[in-house]
Each structure stands twice: as C-alpha cells, then as structure tokens.
Design a protein around this ligand. Structure first.
Ligand code: FAD
Ligand code: EPU
Length: 342
C-alpha cells in the first residue's frame, strides 16, 4: 500500500471480480484512485512509471486473455452534483467512479430526463464516453457537454467539449487512443421536460404491457429495465460483456443486396449507411446456444458470449474469432469486437 492520500496501490492484484466475464487474471499493480488530483503523482512513482498502463472501470466491456503486466488504474472518485439549474434544464457533473445506472436513477429522482433510455447499462460513469454508450434509441453524446480528463500525453488535466470527443456509434477519440486519457468526470445537460424517445422496437409495447398510456421518463426507464432483464443474460449470474460485436454498418447498396438474398435480415438506418443486426448474422450461422467447455454463445441472445464458469479469456476469444470467420464466409461481413481485448 502507498502513503499517497486518496490512492491505494496494490501489487499482484486479482481481477476476477473486476471483469464481468469473470475470467481469472491479475494485474502487476492496481491503483485505486479516490481523488483525481492524485493522478500525476501516482503516474510519476518510480516503481510503476515505465510499465504498460490501462484504466479499468467495472470491467463490463473488456476481455482479458492474460494477466496484465503493468499499472492498472481504477477510478473510484465519487460524487454527483448540479452545477447550474435554470428551472428548465440542469448541468450535472458526475465523477468517474460513480455507477452509471446510479446516475440514471439519481437524475430521474431529481426530475431530470435524457438518460432514461440508457438505464441499466453496466459500468462506471468514467467509461461511458469511451464507446459513447447507447441503447434503446439514445446515446450518451446527446446529453453530454464536457468530459474532464487527465491527458497522459500532454501531462495535464483537460476539459473536452462534445465536438472534441469525436462521438459516433460505439466510438470516440478516447476509444481511438486507448489509455491516453484518464476520464475523471463528465458533465451532462439534462432537461426537465424533454420529449421522450419511444420509437425503439419494443419500448411502446412494454409500456402498454405495464398499462402506461401517458409515460413519464421514469416509466421509460422502467420499461427499458424490464426489456433488458428479459433479453440479456445477467452478468451477476453468468459472465458476459453484453454485445460481443458491434452491429456492422455497411453501404446502402450492400445492405440491399444482402436483403435480396436474405429477406428476413433486420436492417436499421445509420448516419453513414445501413446498420445490420450482428445477432441475426450470428444466429443464421448456427451459433446461438453453442457451447464448448465453459465458453459459449448465450441461448438468450446470439450477440452475447458467455462464460459458464471456468472459461479462460483465450477460450472466449478463440470462440469469438471462429464466429467472426463464419459470418465473413457466409455473408461477406466483417464483424468487429465491441469489448476491449487485452
Ligand atoms: P470497462 O469495461 O472497465 O472499460 C471499458 C473501456 O473503457 C476500456 O478500454 C477501459 O480502459 C476504458 N475506461 C474505463 N474507465 C475509464 C476512465 N475513467 N478513463 C479512461 N478510460 C476508461 N454498452 C452500451 O453501450 N450499451 C448497452 O446497452 C450495453 N449493455 C451491456 C449489457 C451487459 C449485460 C454488459 C455486461 C455490458 C453492456 N454494455 C453496453 C457494455 C458496457 O456496459 C459499457 O461499455 C460500459 O460503459 C463499460 O463500463 P465499465 O466501467 O465496465 O468499463
Ligand atoms: N436478434 C436475433 N437473434 C438474437 C437476438 C436478436 O436475430 O438472438 C435480432 C432481432 O431481429 C432483433 C435484432 O437482432 O430485432 C436487434 O436485437 P436487440 O434489440 O437485442 O439489439 P442488438 O442490436 O442486438 C444493440 C446494442 C445493445 C443495446 C441494444 C438495445 C450493439 C452492438 N448492441 O443490441 O448494446 O442494449 O441494441 O438498444 O449495438 C452492448 O453494447 O453491449 C449492448 C448490449
């Protein structure tokens, strides 16, 4: 343990409970950072400063295929506050170590909306900008105003506005340059009376099943939670990292050709072409429910790889590569993993 305030530094740290795939690996050093101002001091410590570096949140979007032989940061700084409130909207600051769904619930309790469609996404606030988390017709980038981060390249704390974050579907500057930025907090603009987003498949039906005819943001959050609990395996019960591949975005012409050959293929609009359903492509290749040892494809959702117990990260990754190859052979589509593979 170090004597730095606001930091715990531990050698040879087990990560089994710090990744939702529940793979058993260790980090050479783990620094838990409760106070973001301590970051430069920790990075300068002689025993760790030349080691490989990464930031880990809750580990719900990573796959470790081996031990991490370097310095791992876990941001555990907490706090949510309203910085400004003009009665119509509020600027909310949340520190990186907060739980994402905790922030969603907190905002709804304050009568603020904008995050309800992103209910129940696992992970920390600090990781949310990395892939611009999205679900049920909403993305983080729609409400986010500022990311506060430490830039390891420049060696200083920075504030990035939304444009500087380079957000798109499951993408950002942070994801493009892994570990350059240590995100310490985010600021979002949340409104008191924003129009609700109900158009994503299943949301209206779920509200109807709940007997809600004039939904509030809290109702939408509840509907999204119900849908998610039904569709996705719970990582507390079975190891997984949500969608293992991104939904591929292709040119409209290619989507039309595929649709002609496969009339059932689900196709969605995307800003720069058409988005295909990776789950559908994988299911058509026969993988849904496939199991080899403890590495498997969920029988609930074809896009979710699961660890039934003792699978190693290497076994899960090797299954993922076989799935990717078979989708490429059958459909000519290259799937890209969504989680970070280490
Ligand atoms: P980690 O998995 O620990 O890290 C993810 C990446 O972020 C890594 O590259 C890591 O280095 C980096 N990182 C983490 N914290 C920081 C920081 N403070 N500063 C800089 N870099 C950092 N995602 C969606 O978008 N939509 C969904 O609907 C969705 N559903 C999911 C459902 C399930 C059941 C699961 C298990 C995952 C799901 N995910 C979803 C993926 C995951 O929840 C998100 O990507 C989440 O933001 C990851 O948060 P984390 O704290 O676990 O990050
Ligand atoms: N489908 C299948 N087989 C399955 C499951 C789904 O063919 O086993 C088809 C269905 O036709 C369905 C379509 O796939 O209509 C889409 O399925 P779903 O609504 O479950 O969404 P998804 O595209 O699989 C995406 C995100 C999820 C997010 C949901 C809801 C990606 C990679 N995944 O999944 O995010 O929660 O939409 O918005 O974009 C994650 O990123 O980890 C994640 C879970």
């Amino acid at each position: 343990m170090s004597k730095l305030t606001g930091v715990s530094l531990s050698p040879n740290a087990p990560l089994d409970r710090r990744n939702t795939f529940r793979v058993s690996v260790r980090a050479a050093w783990l620094a838990e950072i409760r106070d973001a101002t301590a970051i430069p001091e920790v990075l300068a410590l002689t025993r760790v400063k030349n080691l490989p570096f990464m930031v880990l949140g809750e580990g719900s979007n990573v796959l470790f295929t081996r031990d991490f032989d370097g310095l791992m940061f876990a941001m555990t700084n907490r706090g949510i506050e309203i910085l400004e409130d003009d009665g119509r909207s509020a600027r909310v600051r949340a520190q990186a170590g907060e739980d994402w769904h905790g922030l969603v619930r907190w905002s709804l309790a304050q009568g603020l909306c904008g995050l309800e469609n992103l209910s129940l996404i696992p992970g920390t606030v600090g990781a949310a900008p990395i892939q611009n988390i999205g679900a049920y017709g909403a993305e983080l980038s729609e409400t986010l105003e500022t990311v506060e981060a430490y830039d390891r390249e420049a060696g200083k704390f920075m504030r990035l506005n939304r444009e500087q974050c380079g957000f798109s579907y499951r993408q950002s500057v942070f994801k493009q340059q892994p570990d350059r930025w240590i995100i310490t907090a985010i600021e979002s603009r949340l409104r008191r009376n924003a129009p609700l987003k109900l158009d994503y498949a299943g949301v209206r039906e779920e509200l109807a099943a709940m007997n809600v005819s004039a939904p509030t943001a809290k109702d939408v959050s509840k509907a999204v939670c119900r849908l998610r609990r039904r569709k996705l395996p719970d990582p507390a019960v079975i190891g997984n990292a949500g969608s293992f591949f991104k939904n591929p975005v292709v040119l409209s012409g290619q989507a039309d050709e595929l649709r002609a050959a496969h009339p059932d293929l689900p196709i969605f609009k995307a800003p720069d072409g058409k988005k295909l359903s990776a789950a559908w492509l994988i299911e058509q290749c026969g993988w849904k429910g496939f199991r080899e040892g403890d590495a498997a494809v969920s029988d609930k959702h074809a896009l979710v790889l699961v660890n039934h117990g003792r699978a190693t990260g290497g076994q899960i990754w090797s299954l993922a590569q076989r799935i990717r190859d078979s989708v490429r052979e059958k459909f000519g589509i290259r799937l890209e993993p969504e989680p970070r593979i280490l």
